[in-house]
Design a protein around this ligand. Sequence first.
Ligand code: ADP
Ligand code: MG
Length: 419
Amino acid sequence: MRRLYEKTLKRVFGYDAFREGQRDVIEAVADGQDVLAIMPTGAGKSLTFQLPSYIKNDGLTIIVSPLLSLIEDQMLHIRERGERGVARLTSMETLEEKQAILNHLKRYRFLYLSPEQLAVPHVTRALARTPIQMLVIDEAHCISQWGHEFRPEYARLGELRKQLGSPQCMAVTATAPEAVKKDIIEKLALFNPAQFVHSANRPEIRLIVERLLGEQKLPRLIELVRDVPKPAVVYTATRREAESLALSLDDALFYHGGMSTEDRRLVQSQFLRDEVAVMVCTSAFGMGVNKDNVRSVIHFQLPATLEAYMQEIGRAGRDGEAAFAVLLYADGDERIQQFLIDQQYPKEKDIRVAYFERENGTSLSHLPRLLRMNEEDPVFGLLKQMLSERTLAGAVDWVKERKRDRYRQLGQMIDYALI
Ligand code: ADP
Ligand code: MG
């Protein structure tokens, strides 16, 4: 059996080894038990509910997810590895598209949907008629009023599960204090669930949040950088700030996506060889950087999501020795991220203009300029697709929904800073 899991991991996902905790969860799922899995962000929870589908090949795996952006990202990942048996039902599909999916449910291995869509009576009925392997509730903490992200639509999931014939059920989340955990089990009526908790997967990193007044931040940063063990990475939100902070700090260089490849490589290699003690950077720094002795990661600004934060602090202490992660937060810091989110998405009036230009048969080559967007921006690619497939209102809604998701994710990050 073990070999089978490993082989499937390689064949379907292309990975050589399971991450910590994944295999135990998969075994329980494949065994047919109800499961509650609490694993940190980025631990690889999706794989634990996707892989069993290839082992059992026994009907549809339904995944309920609260955010359109999460659904889109997951579908992209699944499609990238060549799986075509995946579909979604969200507020973004037209009625015809939804009906087409519901008419051919047997074609799909995975179906992603929002809790609202699952509650639509003819959707519930169509799903109740098809063989279901498992019902997965992603971000399951949304079910509990004790959590910070309670979603009223999640409250009905227990009842909907019953209407689907009480299929095997798996609840996954990154955060579940005891009260929330109890709520999840009760509300979903999980039967004697196998429970997995991997919360502090990096106990060697000491997490610190310092709340300050805005004007105290720079002096505090200078002091911190002097005192914390090094090498240290200082993350900030904008390129300009990365450059100016590096000037205020001793023994520091900056790194951001606006530099030439050559400059970036040079700066990176100096840091890797310990020729400079402090790297001040935007989130562009770190991907693929293998440096295991980073002792401190300091955030001068809030990252855009809790997931990004976890990834960035995860670059500290890779060697297993003690490390620090310090987040400096002043009330209102989130405004920078809000501004960046607003900038990333085109304005409604620009979408309108673009839409009518296209209707009138104008070539799409100047669309990026019309929308004030970069052609390589993935948001641009998706929006272009939206504009050609949907009505104007559909495209406008899509942008609104994406923005709302991003704000919600930023909200999670703010909650973390304030608790
Ligand atoms: P989360 O637990 O936050 O839901 P995801 O399921 O989104 O995490 O996984 C985070 C990333 O880790 C994804 O890019 C995924 O492809 C990758 N991943 C998951 N399992 C493995 C593995 N065993 N080996 C390598 N990468 C993995
Ligand atoms: Mg996830």
